[in-house]
Ligand binder design. Structure first.
Ligand SMILES: [Zn+2]
Length: 74
């Protein structure tokens, strides 16, 4: 990823904190206040490596969640 430019459309990226959800093997994982970069043109979310690593570790059970919620599925 180039500095502050979207790799898809070349738009400007803005630093934001957002909630990311990931579905892995039928389990939903929610990550709050993740520092990401969001393209102001196409709204693509770019997750920095260190945040992505933290998510992988959490999904592998290496990080304890600070809360759990149940998610209804229809
Ligand atoms: Zn873009």
């Amino acid at each position: 990823m180039k500095n502050n430019l979207c790799a898809i459309c070349g738009g400007k990226l803005q630093n934001k904190k957002t909630t990311i959800d990931r579905m892995v093997e039928g389990h939903m994982y929610l990550f709050e206040k993740v520092s990401v970069q969001i393209c102001e043109k196409c709204n693509e979310i770019w997750i920095p490596c260190r945040e992505a690593e933290r998510m992988d570790q959490a999904i592998q059970g290496k990080i304890k969640p600070h809360k759990k919620v149940s998610v209804p599925v229809y």
